[in-house]
Design a protein around this ligand. Sequence first.
Ligand code: COA
Ligand code: MG
Length: 292
Amino acid sequence: MTNAPHRPRRSCLYMPASNARALEKAKTLPADTIIFDLEDAVAPDAKEVAREQACAALQSGEYGERELVVRINAMDTPWFAQDLKQACFSQADAVLVPKILSAQDIIEITDFMEDQDASLDTQLWAMIEMPQAILNLGEIAALGPQKRLTSFVMGFNDLAKEMRADHDHAIFAPVMVQAVIAARAYGLNIIDSVYNDFNDPDGLTTACLEAKKLGFDGKSLIHPAQIETANRSFAPHADEIAEARAIIAAFKDSINAGKGVIVVDGKMTELLHLKQAKQLVATAEAIAALES
Ligand code: COA
Ligand code: MG
């Protein structure tokens, strides 16, 4: 499942890797992706313990089909080199690097990974949370999978702090559009930022549905109580799946053979809609496989 196309990333749960109880609990939580955090959620004195616990957890083989990611400390910190070195051999599916500023950062990280002989299966994910990264979205995304870069993860708590902006994430709608465009231009996945109020399921549902509408694959989460909402919100709905299957069936019908545009359920339907329909069904099937 790990590198399969359409792999679900509806729910990407952060957990402080210093918190042994959370590490244990995550083995049974229905999050598509687990992000072992060594950065913001870990106090300076706990950095080494968190790194050791994260690596042991990643190598344990006890997290089933969940995608496993480790968020290391930023490049300008004293922990970065050792974090990345150990992450390269941790069997993580991806290393998530915070505070990325430019394409040059990605190149330096990838070169470091090559020097370590990191497995080619270990991908690089970039946090988009600095004003410089927003200005450089296109050049960062353009490096793409040939530099191991496969996902953007938005970080609006840090971006708000850097901008001295309000913490109301609704103000970031234009940035979200730009980031999705940059990611999709180069075939990257993209995960929305966190919703801080984990006791507000209605607010979280609204945030998830807005992100889904913009094209995001899923949402970063901070608490187990948020997982079901994200999984439900980002999964294709039954009526969307039925509509997609109807489009696929209509194009297969011999009376539509060779046609580029047909009418399905009263609506103009072109080959681009067929492609979209196939993608949606593949996503729904990947979710069903993960949940079975
Ligand atoms: N991942 C896994 N398990 C988690 C978890 C997480 N992110 N957050 C809480 N839990 C567990 C707790 O360990 C507790 O388990 P238990 O029932 O076995 O004791 C249970 O879920 C209920 O937790 P709760 O008491 O409601 O939360 P809390 O008050 O202990 O913690 C936070 C609240 C916000 C501190 C905590 O959820 C957290 O650390 N979240 C992640 C923060 C983070 O990683 N930030 C970086 C990215 S922004
Ligand atoms: Mg941060």
